[in-house]
Design a protein around this ligand. Structure first.
Ligand code: G3P
Length: 216
């Protein structure tokens, strides 16, 4: 499973890349707004230059013609940009046209197996089931993720599944066990993934034991 960072914070992205574990980024209008930078193009371009892998940037408009126009603009911003299009009937139409033009689409706000199948059939390069938001409404987000991974694999659909709306490290474990191609994680979750109290305690003990010898 690959790890993307779900953030528009460039420092966080650079840290993830330095650790050698982050191979892409996903953003959305909420995430971008958190950075307080209203220049969508400038911020998106900076993010795209901070990581070599795919960077998902979402359209900010509705309607087939408007989404198409904006998606083509976003696509022109960087070689590694992927356009995020919502899982709606209009979104499918846009995805179908963009994929024929060679523009990669991440079908976002995906909550059902049907949405994922349709996104894949329309040519989306990625579909993003929102695991945490499914949990929020009392459904099992990981179970839905599993269904999507299994069914796309069963029909040899090449669309990759991005486990999105990840809230905690156990979501990452479950996404890996479910066979998700990618988990896109907030920065705090990435840091939690590497933490283990036994590692912290082990480091302290090793250093303390060594100091006992050197102080003799
Ligand atoms: O990638 C989509 C994701 O960022 C949504 O996460 O926590 O707002 O549901 P959340």
């Amino acid at each position: 499973m690959r790890i993307f960072l779900d953030t528009a914070n460039v420092e966080q992205i650079r840290h993830g890349v330095r650790m050698g574990v982050v191979s892409g980024v996903t953003t959305n209008p909420t995430i971008n707004a958190k950075e307080g930078n209203a220049d969508y193009e400038a911020l998106s371009k900076e993010i795209c230059s901070s990581v070599s892998g795919p960077v998902s940037v979402e359209v900010l408009v509705e309607g087939v013609e408007s989404m198409l126009r904006q998606a083509r603009q976003i696509h022109s911003w960087a070689k590694n940009v992927v356009v995020k299009i919502p899982a709606t009937a209009e979104g499918l139409e846009v995805t179908s046209l963009l994929s024929k033009e060679g523009i990669k689409v991440n079908m976002t706000l995906c909550f059902s197996l049907n949405q994922a199948i349709l996104g894949a059939l329309a040519g989306a390069a990625y579909v993003s089931p929102f695991v945490g938001r499914l949990d929020d409404i009392g459904t099992d987000g990981i179970q839905r993720l599993k269904e999507i991974v299994e069914v796309l694999k069963c029909y040899q659909l090449r669309t990759e599944v991005i486990a999105a709306s990840i809230r905690h490290p156990m979501h990452c474990v479950a996404a890996a066990m479910a066979g998700a191609h990618i988990a896109t994680v907030p920065y705090n979750v990435l840091l939690q993934m590497i933490q283990h109290p036994m590692t912290t305690a082990g480091i302290s003990r090793f250093l303390a034991d060594w100091q006992k010898v050197t102080k003799k």
